[in-house]
Design a protein around this ligand. Structure first.
Ligand code: TNX
Length: 533
């Protein structure tokens, strides 16, 4: 049996299956792999086929060939070289791929990929002469390179020269994502996180083929982005955080840097300005935003549901238009998230009035609205995306919206909330949605979770990290790893690959990699970590 001309060798390790692929290649093929490294890719690929006895070795003469004429391919080649050079000690030059076809070495090509891999998928072929990644778009090349990293020994991630050898098991992977939206969220409002932490998190989520970073930029405790037309929002509203620390905010230039850093890793920034609730920092910064014209004090506690923009004042909509207008102009991605959660200080009719206007304002700035699922309690625009954060498997309002065409991002709090404790002994985090160990994060199906919200209504998944108790990069990493890769796999891999035993083994294999990268991960007792990780 062959797939794409590569012999399918049947040995011991069941790796992947083929649903999700269309056409002949998807028919009835069960995948098997001889190599631990092919079997260890996370998220699980759609199809992986080992070629027994074949190994590619990166040596001192290995060159990376990037698609001629593509600046994006050259940039991705540069990112791969930047990983390989420090750890191998080899020069790893980059050259334009010859038109005669793949040369020896590592080729990153924007031709010859199967159409079914779409814009974000790729085909990776490893022979003893070459590694070839083919994709239809640069995002797919980037994804293929993330897979290639995982096929190399963990020491490849080291910042200093390591002994090697730098071998990749032979075979073929044909791979593409299940869902378009594969996200992580960072709450930079409850505790401010500096640009360096956000960039590091972008690097970490990119490893697992996530493609959205949602930044929760404002809340009761802090406003985290400079707005030129309303400068006190950041200067005053950003001056503290939960617990009374000094807070902080991103200048517009820093925000642009984050957007650009994410873009070359094929991650779209989704900025959130939460409203009409969760707005104490804004209300404290400008008295005129309050119905009684009295600015409240800054807030450094952790209660929710006590603040609301003044729905009846016209200046509220001038504020929205100017703030959202500036953020839209800074954001190349299609989405503006306007929160809408826990608006318990806003009446139901005010909420509807407010959300009607807010959605129109976002649309006027050329963006698509995302809101927490509470937004479906108001009429929504056809394009508005609802982010489900409940803890139940049925929600009548969300089901009705989905059946009316609303797309849903799945963030069920009892499976995806990275601020939930792993268990009662976890120092950080909360547990209002329960304890979430790795099996809870992994053990659900986003396309069949919420009653009446089927696969075609689901845009994807997202793992939020709220930061009431989270203050440092080490805290962020401890809560995200190893649960974030579970959510990443649910977003990328076909459900037919869903298997705890396989996932557990592949997740464990990431441990030594995280160790080399200095990622502060939680050694969950549910995971079979290899010794030494
Ligand atoms: C609920 S989830 C919130 C946040 C909190 C979080 C803590 C959601 C839309 N709202 O304001 O930070 O719980 O887990």
């Amino acid at each position: 049996m062959t797939i794409g001309g590569v012999p399918l060798l049947l040995t011991t390790v069941m790796l992947a299956v083929t649903s999700g692929l269309s056409g002949a290649a998807a028919s009835d093929v069960q995948q098997e792999a001889t190599s631990a490294s092919l079997a260890s890719v996370l998220p699980a690929p759609v199809v992986a086929t080992a070629t027994q006895g074949v190994t590619y070795r990166i040596t001192t003469t290995t060159t990376i060939y990037a698609q001629a004429g593509s600046a994006a391919a050259a940039d991705i080649a540069g990112q791969l070289a930047a990983i390989l050079r420090p750890s191998t000690g080899y020069p790893v030059p980059i050259a334009a791929a010859p038109s005669s076809g793949p040369a020896d070495g590592i080729s990153l090509l924007l031709s010859g990929a199967p159409t079914e891999v779409g814009d974000e998928g790729y085909q990776l072929d490893v022979t003893d002469a070459s590694i070839v990644v083919r994709a239809n778009q640069p995002a797919g090349l980037f994804a293929g390179v993330q897979t290639l990293r995982q096929l190399l020994p963990p020491a490849v991630e080291s910042a200093s020269v390591q002994p090697g050898p730098w071998e990749v098991a032979g075979g073929q992977i044909v791979d593409h994502p299940r869902f378009a939206h594969r996200g992580a969220m960072l709450d930079v409002a409850r505790h401010f996180l500096p640009v360096s932490v956000v960039k590091r998190y972008i690097d970490e989520i990119a490893l697992y083929k996530l493609n959205r970073l949602h930044l929760h930029l404002s809340d009761d405790q802090g406003w985290r982005i400079a707005v030129n037309s309303w400068p006190n929002l950041a200067i005053y509203g950003g001056s503290t955080e939960v617990g009374g620390g000094t807070g902080g905010y991103y200048t517009q230039d820093e925000y642009r840097q984050i957007v650009a850093y994410a873009a070359v890793r094929y991650i779209t920034i989704v900025p959130e300005i939460d409203m009409p609730g969760h707005t104490n920092a804004a209300l404290a910064s400008y008295a005129e935003l309050n119905c009684d014209n009295v600015a409240p004090k800054l807030y450094t506690g952790t209660k929710v549901g006590f603040s609301s923009l003044c729905v009846s004042k016209e200046i509220t909509y001038t504020f929205l238009d100017q703030v959202l207008g500036e953020i839209a102009a800074l954001t190349p991605g299609p989405y503006l998230h306007i929160g809408g959660d826990e608006a318990s200080s806003t009446t139901a009719s005010d909420y509807t009035t407010f959300m009607n206007r807010a959605q129109q304002i976002v649309a006027a700035h050329g963006k698509t609205v995302v809101g927490w699922h509470d937004i479906v309690n108001a009429p929504v625009l056809p394009s508005t995306v609802a982010q489900f954060w409940g803890t139940t498997t049925s929600n009548a309002a969300v089901t009705a919206a989905a059946q009316n065409g609303t797309k849903v991002v799945m963030s069920p709090a009892n499976h995806t909330y990275l601020d939930m404790k792993y268990n009662s002994r976890t120092r950080l985090g909360q547990h209002w949605a329960g304890y979430i160990d790795v099996q809870d994060a992994y053990g659900w199906d986003p396309g069949a979770y919420l009653a009446g919200v089927g696969e075609t209504s689901v845009l994807g998944v997202e793992a939020p990290l709220w930061t009431e108790t989270i203050e440092t990069l080490a805290d962020v990493e401890y809560m995200a790893f190893p649960r974030l890769p579970a959510i990443a796999e649910l977003g990328w891999s076909p459900m037919s690959t869903h298997d705890w035993a396989s996932f557990n083994q592949r997740l464990g294999a990431q441990g030594p990699r995280w160790h080399v990268m200095g990622i502060n991960y939680y050694h969950s007792t549910q995971v079979s970590w290899p010794t030494g990780s």
